[in-house]
Ligand binder design. Structure first.
Ligand code: HEM
Length: 126
């Protein structure tokens, strides 16, 4: 319905939990890409992505309460994100989104956002 948020239409907490779990399972299984992530435990990173996306798509604003303003470009500055890293991130996110089976319009809105955001996060040539 038009009154409910994208967050609700996309499946609410369960969907964002599944999306980020599928995504970080793929990160964990790729040693080259995993090396970009500084922490031994990926669960806190998964939870930060989950909270951020829930907030971004109109769900609970837990991310803001815990982490403040997202400043995502600044928070990614410590990591060398080149086109390989961007395309790898997007590939795992695309595969993870596919497990949600969202209606095409919602899928397209989420995917457009990820493509745009991933381009904005790229900070290293090559
Ligand atoms: C954090 C990599 C794109 C959202 C991180 C971290 C790394 C990383 C290494 C630190 C892990 C941690 O939280 O401890 C990348 C790479 C990308 C990418 C290689 C490729 C383009 C994106 C995109 C989004 C995003 C497109 C959002 C749509 C986040 C969030 C955090 C994060 C919310 C946690 C920020 C915080 O500290 O509160 N990312 N990222 N990332 N990333 Fe990305």
């Amino acid at each position: 319905s038009s009154a409910s948020s994208l967050y609700d239409q996309m499946g609410g907490h369960e969907a964002f939990h599944q999306l980020t779990t599928e995504f970080y399972d793929r990160v964990a299984a790729d040693p080259d890409f995993r090396a970009l992530y500084p922490e031994d435990d990926l669960e806190p990173a998964r939870e930060r992505l989950e909270m951020f996306l829930e907030q971004y798509f109109g769900g609970p604003s837990t991310y803001g309460h815990r982490r403040g303003h997202p400043r995502l470009r600044m928070r990614h500055a410590p990591f060398a994100i080149d086109s390989w890293a961007r395309e790898t991130w997007l590939k795992y996110m695309r595969e993870s989104m596919d497990t949600l089976h969202l209606p095409p319009l919602l899928d397209g809105m989420m995917w457009d956002y990820f493509e745009r955001a991933a381009r904005a996060m790229t900070n290293t040539p090559g």
